[in-house]
Design a protein around this ligand. Structure first.
Ligand SMILES: NC(=O)c1ccc[n+]([C@@H]2O[C@H](COP(=O)([O-])OP(=O)(O)OC[C@H]3O[C@@H](n4cnc5c(N)ncnc54)[C@H](OP(=O)(O)O)[C@@H]3O)[C@@H](O)[C@H]2O)c1
Length: 256
């Protein structure tokens, strides 16, 4: 099967690419870092004798998702599995954070994810089969003071994913959500989280998150939460008020 993974140049996306390669899938890899994608594609193609395709794409730009869809179509590549993984965060008090960074985050985490799901998902619906994995976060379960836009963007991904699962399951298309907690990847640096307490309480390895995601997604699971503590936290979110949840999140994220 052909698998399109966004954000495959590092972190969770790169580890997912390795797992799909191991099982012999054709990889279609997208991100901004073309060199890193080419290096990964070459290594995996050699190691597993698979086909790979690389697309340089900045999904924080308006029109980029449609351009990616058209480029993939122009190479007559059918996407059987879409992994909407590319995403960024931003730490800071909302009145002080950079507006442009937040606009780009919304474009990447929400708009491009929605557009790619629409464009590739529609092809899957027409074919009567396909699978989509949207990478959200445990942040999707909570309001997120000090990362307000990021948490809200992941809450969008969760709601969108659950709604589409309801619409498309009967049309043959699986739509699943992945909800990782803090994971050691490049995310912490791009999100400017180095001053935050969030990543000081232990993180999962990207490899472990990807492995759980791969197995559960391919088995048809709709809500995938890697790690016992992350599962517990997402359950706890239903037992407390939203304002209590916001207070707790704020405490876990405050600068030390
Ligand atoms: N790490 C965590 O703690 C954590 C927790 C929960 C959820 N997540 C989610 O997991 C997903 C993957 O993140 P990660 O932790 O693996 O972080 P990462 O190591 O920083 O990887 C992010 C990936 O997204 C790509 N990307 C970033 N901006 C992009 C853009 N404008 N256009 C296209 N691709 C772009 C990056 O590639 P280029 O820079 O080459 O473009 C990279 O391949 C994200 O959706 C994130 O929100 C992460």
């Amino acid at each position: 099967m052909n698998v399109l993974i966004t954000g495959a140049s590092g972190g969770i996306g790169k580890e997912m690419a390795k797992l799909f390669a191991e099982k012999g899938h054709t990889l279609i890899l997208a991100a901004r870092s073309e060199d890193k994608l080419n290096e990964l594609a070459t290594d995996l193609a050699e190691q597993y004798t698979i086909k790979t395709h690389v697309f340089k794409s900045d999904l924080s730009k308006s029109g980029a998702a449609e351009a990616l869809f058209e480029q993939v179509q122009s190479q007559s590549l059918k996407v059987d599995i879409l992994i909407n993984n590319a995403g960024v965060g931003l730490f800071g008090e909302f009145h002080q954070t950079d507006l442009q960074k937040e606009q780009e985050m919304i474009q990447l985490n929400i708009t491009s994810l929605t557009e790619l799901t629409k464009l590739f998902g529609r092809e899957m619906v027409n074919a009567g089969s396909g699978k989509i994995l949207n990478v959200a976060s445990t942040a999707a379960f909570f309001p997120g003071p000090l990362m307000a836009v990021y948490y809200a963007s992941k809450a969008y991904v969760k709601s969108f994913t659950e709604a589409l699962d309801n619409e498309w399951a009967e049309l043959g298309v699986q739509v699943s959500g992945l909800y990782p907690g803090p994971t050691s990847t490049g995310f912490k640096d791009t999100a400017e989280l180095n001053d935050s307490k969030l990543f000081k309480n232990g993180t999962m390895k990207a490899q472990a998150v990807a492995k759980i995601a791969y197995i559960e997604f391919m088995n048809g699971k709709k809500q995938i939460i890697p790690g016992g503590m992350n599962k517990l936290q997402s359950k706890a979110s239903r037992l407390i008020s939203r304002s209590a949840a916001a207070n707790i999140v704020r405490k876990t994220q405050e600068r030390e």
